[in-house]
Write a protein that binds this ligand. Structure first.
Ligand SMILES: [Zn+2]
Ligand SMILES: [Zn+2]
Length: 184
């Protein structure tokens, strides 16, 4: 009888309730006050983040003393387990494929080609797709034309394009930076 009633109870529970039950031990682990409890792994910390707010990591490598002086040349700790939560803008694999078909696999700013640089086995087919008008600058879902709204950049140029928070460098601006740096 107990088993039957137990089965009845569990069968009426919603998927959300079942999922909550499944993660309860994990949540308890996260909420525990113990700094280091499971298999020598430090209790993870939740931080908020988003795909479009990638930082250079410089701020985290600079620690301040009590007097406010920056300690730039001392060793520091890394490796703490951190769980990120946040939002990201949905991207379409189909549009990415169309962008690659149209723009090719060489960086539009510096002409870097992954297959040429790393060989076919490792580099074939790799390039990063860049939105000429950042998704974060447009509210909500909108039409994207892979030919005019997207382009392709190597990882270096792509990172440089987004390096300054709130600013997205154009391909032309990237080219100018490269030419200026080379001419010096
Ligand atoms: Zn490039
Ligand atoms: Zn981009």
């Amino acid at each position: 009888m107990e088993n039957q009633s137990g089965q009845r109870r569990s069968s009426t529970r919603s998927p959300a309730a079942l999922a909550t039950t499944a993660i309860m031990p994990f949540l308890a682990f996260l909420n525990s006050d113990s700094p280091c409890t499971r298999n020598g792994v430090t209790r993870p910390t939740w931080v908020r983040g988003s795909r479009d707010s990638e930082s250079s990591g410089l701020s985290s490598s600079i620690t301040k003393t009590k007097t406010g002086n920056r300690k730039l040349n001392t060793p520091g700790k890394e490796g703490k387990l951190v769980l990120r939560y946040g939002s990201k803008y949905e991207r379409s694999p189909r549009l990415r494929k169309l962008a690659l078909q149209h723009h090719g696999l060489s960086c539009k700013a510096c002409a870097f080609n992954f297959a040429k640089a790393y060989g076919q086995q490792l580099g074939a087919g790799y390039i990063e797709v860049h939105h000429l008008r950042p998704l974060s600058s447009v509210r909500g879902e909108h039409q994207i034309d892979p030919k005019t709204d997207l382009t392709v950049l190597c990882s270096n140029c792509h990172r440089m394009a987004h390096r300054r928070t709130g600013i997205c460098l154009s391909v032309e601006a990237l080219r100018r930076h490269l030419l200026t740096a080379k001419s010096r």
